[in-house]
Ligand binder design. Sequence first.
Ligand code: NDP
Length: 338
Amino acid sequence: MKQVILRDYVSGFPKESDMYITTASIKLTVPQGSNRVIVKNLYLSCDPYMRHRMAKQLTASYIDSFKPGSVISGCGVAKVLDSGHPNFKKGDIVWGMTGWEEYSLITAPETLFKVQHTDVPLSYYTGILGMPGMTAYAGFHEVCSPKKGDYVFISAASGAVGQLVGQFAKLLGCYVVGSAGSKEKVNLLKNKFGFNEAFNYKEEPDLDATLKRYFPDGIDIYFENVGGKMLDAVLLNIRNHGRIAVCGMISQYNLEEPDGVHNLMDLVKKRVRMEGFLVADYYHLYPKFIEMVLPYIKEGQIVYVEDMAEGLESGPAALIGLFSGRNVGKQVVVVAHE
Ligand code: NDP
């Protein structure tokens, strides 16, 4: 079977050649009572946090590094081929941590979620119904303290997390503006996801002036995905008692030193609450989240855009594409359709 291997620790901007494809053999059965399962990987999720795992230095990270020379891992959707664990049986569809390879031996299957609803695209469990979906839900509803009429700004707004945050905010009756890095993405935000406004930050030389144009009365909630200059401009435009949910800061992930933020004193002056969060702390809300979001998907009130890269070989390019904005929507790698 094919596997994606990390060549060596990465510093700076990751390259496709930081990973390579190799082949290995794997036994497709597990002994009964072994508490292990063997799965066939269907869809793999490309996520920005995986960049932290490629680095040796983990100063800003919260998760172990990948090992050079070993297969990389991430969230994925898979089918159980054989099970030595009482909670799983052959044919079950699961999502959770798996290897970037065609088949994986899962030694701690209790960390997997069993997919209960298969009448939606299974790839959604890498995105809207998986980790990014939970991130959007927890980050917006639990961290931002949103209310109807709030002025909400979202960066990296067309991505896996951002597109959902915007739709949650619209459903609540907020005024929503998103930033993204291309005309195509700006069109999606306005015409597909129903944002009130959107702009291409790459065409805006003065982000402070841009935000003043879209938020003449200031911002109540900033859902932070990028950090750096964008955060700095938001600090100048956030209202008194505003909230900033720090989901991530992708503009910083490939830098040796943090960059671009000078206006932190605005937090004090305006009594702003800026709070980082990790989705891992919120999975107890997963059943509630699924119950809330599934009807919206089925009724078409929430839509989700995915960017499918076909074949495990396309994985490295798809993963590093996150850092140049190549992905349009949730980046998925299709290993097998069933
Ligand atoms: P996306 O699907 O949004 O993909 C990443 C996007 O980030 C790119 O498409 C690109 O969009 C944008 N981007 C890349 N480089 C830069 C840059 N230098 N400056 C500005 N924008 C850039 O990713 P996700 O939705 O999966 O993740 C969004 C954020 O959420 C990330 O910061 C991630 O780390 C974080 N996250 C945090 C979690 C948590 O538990 N706290 C869990 C999951 C995600 P564009 O073309 O618009 O520039």
